[in-house]
Design a protein around this ligand. Structure first.
Ligand SMILES: [Zn+2]
Length: 261
């Protein structure tokens, strides 16, 4: 059966002399791997459509086992993302997160939209660090984690001082501080910020200007949830952390001859 899908190439790996196996996250089918015959040859019509980040329409021949990528039509190659080491690093991190958290082949149009809008926002020059943090919050539900942020997770109170509890995955009010000795105390502004960040639609994220310390604070919370509750390790995170610590070593490449073809 031949099926046309709207998708994004999550990753591509070499297979044999000239083929590639591409993993496509599509609106219609969810995550699927497909064989792209001849895609390693630069002259192949599948060479450019099988590159990671590519957003387009893909014609997949489904049979028993792995499908075959027959044709691709690029809507956006996300070239601007690939041309810069910072945007590439953040976008790679987002792709790996989506890839790791989705393990079946059922359609997930809502997640597809999040991924697509995130890549689009990075490509449109919005702060890639803020966008990746946003995706991390949004993907928590896919990992089965629903932080309680509208009230105290223990007693349900909506007033008072609040703290974030990693053990309870949510806010605790001052009356309940004693149930978690590792909580993080929050100012009213931080409470508001965390709520906003969790509930804001992605097309509004680009409009939020976040200070460096705000992002560091949000990141500390979200990364702790991922490492303690979700338990996934991302290869791209190590590089990202290194890059954030010493950005001066990672100047964006400007030389067009160094581009991939
Ligand atoms: Zn309480």
């Amino acid at each position: 059966m031949l099926q046309k899908v709207e998708g994004i190439v999550l990753r591509a790996s070499s297979y044999g002399e000239s083929d590639k196996i591409v993993t496509i996250f599509s609106r219609e089918l969810g995550k699927r791997a497909a064989m792209a015959r001849g895609a390693k040859k630069p002259t192949s019509r599948l060479a450019s459509v099988s590159q990671p980040f590519t957003y387009g329409y893909f014609l997949i021949q489904q049979g028993r086992g792995m499908g075959t990528l027959q044709q691709g039509e690029i809507i956006d190659s996300m070239r601007t993302i690939r041309e810069d080491i910072f945007t590439t690093a953040y976008a790679s991190f987002i792709m790996e997160l989506v890839d790791k958290l989705i393990d079946d082949e059922s359609p997930k149009p809502h997640l597809f939209d999040i991924l697509h809008q995130a890549l689009q926002a990075i490509s449109d020059d919005y702060d890639p660090e803020a966008i990746s943090l946003f995706v991390e919050w949004k993907m928590l539900a896919t990992a089965g984690i629903y932080p309680v942020l509208h009230q105290c997770v223990n007693c349900g109170a909506t007033d008072g001082e609040f703290a974030f509890s990693f053990a309870q995955i949510g806010f605790l009010c001052h009356r309940c501080f004693s149930i978690d000795r590792y909580l993080i105390r929050l100012t009213p502004a931080q409470v508001k910020l965390i709520r906003t960040f969790y509930t804001v639609p992605i097309d509004q994220v680009g409009k939020l200007t976040l200070k460096k310390e705000t992002k560091t604070f949000i990141k500390k919370i979200i990364r702790t949830i991922y490492s303690e509750q979700v338990g996934i390790q991302l290869k791209s995170q190590k590089f990202l952390d290194q890059m954030e610590r010493t950005p001066e070593f990672f100047t964006p490449k400007k030389d067009p001859s160094s581009e991939e073809h």
